[in-house]
Structure formats: structure tokens, C-alpha cells
Design a protein around this ligand. Sequence first.
Ligand SMILES: [Fe+2]
Ligand SMILES: [Fe+2]
Length: 347
Amino acid sequence: MANHTPGFRWSEEKEKYIKELLRKHPDTSLRELADYFGISSNAVRKKIKKMGFTLRGLRAGEFFIEPESEPQEVEMSEVWSAYEKQNEIKIAKHKNDGRYIAEFPEEVIAVSFISDQHIAGNNIVALKRMREDAELIANTPGLYACLGGDSIDNHIKHRAAVLAARTTPGDQYELFDYYLSLFSDKILGVITGNHDDWTPQVSGTDVIASICAKHGISFSSDEARIAAYVGDQEYRLAWRHKYRFGSQMNQTHSPKQWYRFGPEPFDVGVVCHHHETAIEACIMHGKQTWVCRPGSYQINSSYGRQGGFNDSLPACPTFLLYPHHRRIIGFPDVRDAVITLNAERNQ
Ligand SMILES: [Fe+2]
Ligand SMILES: [Fe+2]
């Protein structure tokens, strides 16, 4: 088609013209026909061949080129219907993404929300505290964790930040893999944050997802919800890395608006990302509902210092969940919660 002048189309009339002309004057040159139709000689030769006429040899100055096999025309309706089926599967998967049901024995448990680890070596990131918290969770019966994203610093979005980082994203993924291994049996789920998402955005490969899969940990991007049954008592836990309505004056404003504007209510709602910890019990639809933001193990960064942000507190808000009846007690950090959790379980 590329040889045709714009708008040119073969028609029965044109084919008839060629047929009659070649019958009467078999020596008609391709050039004559090409000039007549306003197309290239090569396009005329292809047409003549397709019409079943035996072609005479090439004349001086001519050439003929065609694909080895006839290119297959794909029907747009077939393309659409293939994508339509694929997209229906994508929608079904999307609706199901990040939704889990967890069952626990009939005894008091606690769930700790940990986020913004920003794992990086040779940097102002509290790896010691991160490891100690992970080991505390691993060694405390009935204590579990939900991870809220920005697991590694992975500063690939800004080239200057990559240059300033003392470890590469590859090194940081290896450290994250080790960190997960410290308490993988106690992690209910992992979601990604904006720093993690830069890798799939740039490369199409989600390394955090692969590492979680290796450890058998539930993974989803952005958000997760767990219907957690402690015995028969259901608690709806929801956490996401970012949400709208963020306020630097009131850190729990965003999770409260998530309850109001989100797709469904929760008993414990967590929004991460701000690196400034806060926890609040508030009344939502007549029920005491807990909202919080975890702190960050990244004590500060050049971005934070330039913006005048105070150092972060690596605090992981933790919630005790009771069996038999709806009772939730929140603590600003996992270390605070462990004392009461142990007391409750050792009664
Ligand atoms: Fe972060
Ligand atoms: Fe973030």
C-alpha cells in the first residue's frame, strides 16, 4: 500500500481496464500503466501478478520487490474482542486486589503498622531499630505486622538523588529481602509506596512483589484490606501508602477522610507516607474507630532537611484486637503495645 498515491484504491473497473489492455497489447510497459493510474510501477506489477497474469521479464531500469509471504491483515474486530476479554479479567483482578481474609485463634493479638523504612546503607536510616522491631515481632507470640510501603529508598526518579545515595537500588533490594526474612512468618501483607513504585513505572518489573512472593507474603500495590477474624470477632483493617486530604497540621485528617470518602468503612485505618507518626481513636458512625500514620525509620534526608522537616520518629502504631467482643486498643509504637499484649496473653 505504501507505493500508492494517497486515496488510490483498486476497483473492478480498474482491473477490467488492465485486463483488456494486456489482452490487446501484451507488451504494454508497467511505466505506462503506472503513469495512467498515478501509482508506482512496482504497485502495478504486484497487482498484475495478483490478477494471475504472467509477467514478462523486467525491463532496464525496473525492479520488483514484494514480501516473501503475503502480510496478514488483522481484523480490528478481532483485536478489540481479544482486548475486551483480557480487560474483563483485568477488572476482575483489580476488584480483588489487596483484599484478604485472615483467621486467628481465639486470643488477644496485636497488629503493628510499619512503613517508610526507606532501606538504604551508609545513610541516616535507623537499620538497627528496624531490625530490632522486626525481631521483636518475630519473637512475640500473637504479634503481627502490616508493611505500608516505601520499603527501600530506591531514589531512581531523581538522578541527583541516585548519585547521592550511598547504595544502589540493587543493594537496597537485597537488604529488604534480608529484613523480610527476619519476620516473614508474622507479616500479614505488604503494600508499595511511591519510592517502590518507581521501579515498575520505569522498568515494568515489580521487584518488591517478587521478593514478597519468594517469602510467601501477600502483596499488593498502594492499598490492602484484611477482614481479620480473632475467633469469631471480625475486625476490618485497611492501610494504604498515600491518600488525599493530607494535612501537615493534623496528621490523622487523611485516614479519617478515607473512612468517609473511601469505598468502605474500617475499624483500623492507616495512611503512611508523611513520616510523621500520629494515632487517634475517633467516633465514626457511632463506633470507636482507630486511625493513624506510622513514622519512618528514615530519620531525615537531604530533601527533609532542605524543607525544614524535623527528624522522624521510627514509630509503628500497633493495635490490640480482642476476641469475643469488639475491643481495640491502639498504641503509638510496637514497643509500647508489646507490654500490654504479653500481659493479656499471659493471664
Ligand atoms: Fe516515605
Ligand atoms: Fe512515600
